[in-house]
Design a protein around this ligand. Structure first.
Ligand code: ADP
Length: 591
């Protein structure tokens, strides 16, 4: 209805073309039909009343004719005035009923009743329910009053002086019926068209949803593949750097190796953020529950971050509440390190001078749980209070020049927020521009008190690990080499095979307690191999503890559903491997 229509337009189609809604188009048609029939009827009445000398009828018919000609023009020129025109039409209709009953016929005849029906029809179909009810009552009122006043009236034609004589009255009655029928039919057709349109829309919607789903699935698969492709070479870089650092390098080499290690770690953390974003979006992230010593874990992470702060000549302080020393918690170290990496990484990135402080305060402790308040404080750029909420949204940075000055993706804090939600916590921020920022959150941990002493004894006592007969199935030479080196450091002697079939045969031939198995291998992949192993007749062999060794972070559920006991992410560091083996030993025991 926004397009302009020529003033001399007499075409209904032009008036309707601008209107996409089939119901409104039907309403315009109804008004158009009623006006057209009214014009025709007024001309007939005018003609007959002049001929028959019914002079009282002439002014009314002339008035109706004039008003309806104007209304028809307005409707075709400006269809948006439909409702106002309908109100006028209805009021004129009511006046016709009143004049029919009280002025011309002094009774209730068929024509008056037909007018009442037409007013009801236009009221409901064009103006809606409220107006429909109101106009229906008003149009019926003159009839009701007449009935009350006159008792039992003659409802049919009589020879009252001002009544239009035959055949005029019959023609008008027939035209009224035709108009009523056409209008009902117009509305019903619009109703059906609307249903059909809805059906089509539904079908289109279903197609779009299916398309969007398949796109989402291919994106997830694409990211899982990319994750594997990126993590495999990174695995080599981080693993080999780790090994070189453990081989007592010269001081000069040490510095270069550290830089290499942190660049690789940075890249890995970026890849993890991108992948986790994908996982969080598809609700696939599951928290792991692994026992680890919280204080030791924090020192490990921070020793890596400390070097980064050192590069920028920043003071780096880690303060751990003494109540947390030696406390072993059951939680997800990967997610926790992701939180710390993102927050401390940002603190270092956005601070040019001063101090980065990481504090862990035990705010509540019982035998089963401990609530820890983590806070990361810096003396850096600070954040404008207006941006305090926005920076936790995806891809949002506080300033428009942040990427140019400091780099970054705007993913880190959004992931922090979502990971904390999984840990039933939330992030808080205190910050003012130029003064620095403090990000803090509280996590409630389940405590595992007995774990550290026994396990650390087992770890330092190499004879215990000697009894853990491990089989490793991995087709990638570099991964195998790194794993072997790490296992050597832990004094563990493992047998290496290059594919699933060989792993299956090795298990049949010998007794192993643990199999660490890559998922993507030639011949049988990890999933096929585990199926074969779990169906071996000997229950001891079939029940072997199997850890999936994977680069994909989106397959946790699939891995566990396939019957694996645990998973170990690539690239694996010596510490990751140690933690995983500690967990395995505590679960299966050593013989
Ligand atoms: P990225 O660091 O990749 O840009 P984040 O989601 O980690 O993305 O951070 C979003 C934005 O929040 C940053 O771009 C920066 O503007 C602001 N920000 C985060 N941490 C700090 C901080 N410690 N000091 C100042 N600004 C920060």
């Amino acid at each position: 209805m926004h397009q302009s229509i020529p003033l001399f337009n007499w075409s209904l189609r032009k008036a309707q073309d601008t209107e996409p809604d089939s119901f409104i188009r039907a309403r315009i048609s109804i008004a158009y039909t009623i006006i057209l029939f009214a014009l025709l009827k007024s001309i007939i009445v005018l003609f007959i009343s002049i001929n028959s000398g019914l002079w009282l009828q002439v002014p009314r018919a002339a008035f109706v004719l004039a008003v309806y000609v104007i209304m028809l023009k307005v409707l075709l020129y400006k269809p948006s005035s439909l409702k106002i025109l309908t109100h006028i039409m209805t009021i004129v209709g009511i006046l016709i009923i009143v004049s029919n009953i009280y002025l011309y016929t002094h009774k209730i005849n068929l024509i008056s009743l037909q007018f009442v029906f037409m007013i009801m029809l236009t009221g409901f179909y064009i103006l809606g329910n409220g107006w429909g009810i109101m106009y229906s009552l008003i149009s019926a009122l003159p009839i009701i009053i007449f009935l009350i006043l006159k008792g039992n009236p003659n409802l049919y034609f009589s020879s009252a002086t001002q009544e239009i004589p035959s055949p005029g009255v019959e023609i008008i009655a027939i035209l009224n019926f035709v108009s009523i029928i056409i209008n009902h039919s117009l509305f019903y057709r619009a109703f059906q068209r609307n249903l059909k349109e809805k059906e089509n829309l539904n079908q289109q919607l279903q197609l779009s949803v299916a398309e969007a789903n398949s796109l989402a699935i291919s994106r997830t698969n694409f990211l899982a593949t990319i994750s594997h492709e990126l993590r495999t070479p990174l695995n080599s870089v981080i693993g080999i750097t780790d090994l070189l650092l453990l081989d007592q390098p010269e001081e000069r080499q040490k510095e270069n190796l550290r830089i290499l290690q942190f660049s690789a770690q940075d890249l890995l953390s970026l890849i993890n953020n991108v992948l986790d974003f994908n996982k969080l979006e598809s609700d696939k992230m599951v928290l792991e529950r692994v026992p680890f010593c919280l204080a030791e874990f924090m020192r490990n992470i921070c020793s890596a971050l400390m070097v980064k702060a050192d590069d920028k000549k920043l003071r780096f302080v880690l303060e751990i509440d003494h109540k947390l020393e030696g406390v072993v918690v059951n939680s997800d170290p990967t997610r926790l390190s992701q939180l710390i990496y993102n927050l401390v990484g940002n603190a270092i990135k956005f601070t040019d001078k001063g101090t980065i402080t990481i504090r862990l305060d035990c705010i509540h402790k019982s035998d089963q749980t401990t609530d820890v308040l983590f806070s990361v404080t810096d003396t850096g750029a600070g954040i404008n209070p207006e941006k305090h909420d926005a920076i936790f949204e995806l891809f949002t940075q506080a300033e428009s020049d942040t990427t140019r000055k400091y780099g970054g993706t705007g993913l880190g804090l959004a992931i922090v927020k979502q990971v904390l939600a999984l840990l039933n916590s939330e992030i808080h921020l205190e910050s003012s521009p130029g003064k620095g920022s403090r990000f803090y959150f509280t996590v409630s941990f389940v405590v595992q008190w007995e774990y550290p002493e026994t396990i650390s004894k087992r770890i330092t006592d190499n004879t215990n690990f000697d009894q853990l007969k491990i089989l490793i199935a991995e087709d990638n030479d570099v991964n195998r080499f790194i794993l072997k080196k790490h296992l050597d450091k832990l004094n563990i002697n493992a047998i290496m095979v290059a594919n699933g079939k060989q792993a299956y045969e090795a298990i049949l031939a010998d007794d192993y307690r643990l199999l660490i198995m890559d998922l993507q291998m030639p011949e049988w992949d990890g999933y096929e191999t585990i199926k074969q192993i779990r169906s071996i007749k000997d229950p001891a062999k079939a029940g072997i503890y199997i850890i999936a060794f994977t680069a994909s972070v989106t397959e946790q559920q699939k891995i566990m559903d396939a019957g694996f006991n645990d998973y170990l992410y690539k690239p694996v560091t010596l510490n990751d491997l140690k933690v995983k083996l500690e967990k395995t030993v505590s679960l299966i025991g050593l013989t």
